[in-house]
Design a protein around this ligand. Structure first.
Ligand code: ATP
Length: 135
């Protein structure tokens, strides 16, 4: 089994979509092994998005991700990392396929509801960062 770190970003909480999004992961067969409501600080955002901090889109992304509570979780299952990314859909909600979380619920390339680790290395890094007791 594999673990992936998932973040339901502030737009998911604000729009009342936490239950709907979690239901998709659960229905797929992924098991939730940790879950916490977290108000992300600028410092945590900078660490989480370390590879993006110098990009033009980062300042508004930082503002967005710190704008209200998020739900941080770890899911576990066979090929969890790839499965989560398939369920999430393409980064840009306007282009994401219908049937995916972003494709069904997002019309934005920034406010795209959900983050999922993109490799085993990022999953390990992100789990250690967000859930140091479980790392
Ligand atoms: P995530 O890492 O959140 O699962 P991703 O891997 O699909 O998403 P990345 O390229 O890693 O996308 O970008 C991280 C996040 O930065 C995106 O989810 C989105 O919120 C934001 N982002 C990426 N590209 C842009 C952009 N061009 N304009 C605005 N926001 C962007």
């Amino acid at each position: 089994v594999e673990r992936s770190f998932v973040l339901l970003k502030p737009d998911a909480v604000r729009r009342g979509l936490v239950g709907a999004v979690l239901a998709r992961f659960e229905a797929k067969g992924l098991r939730i092994v940790a879950l916490e409501l977290r108000h992300v600080t600028g410092e945590l955002a900078d660490q989480h998005y370390a590879e993006h901090v110098d990009r033009d889109f980062y300042p508004p992304l930082r503002k967005f991700v710190t704008s209200g509570p998020s739900v941080a979780l770890i899911v576990e299952g066979d090929q969890a990392i790839e499965v989560v990314r398939a369920l999430n859909g393409a980064t840009d909600g306007r282009k994401a396929a219908p049937g995916t979380i972003r494709g069904d619920y997002s019309l934005s390339n920034r406010e795209n509801l959900v983050h999922g680790s993109d490799s085993p290395e990022s999953a390990a890094r992100e789990i250690a960062l967000w859930f140091p007791d479980l790392g």
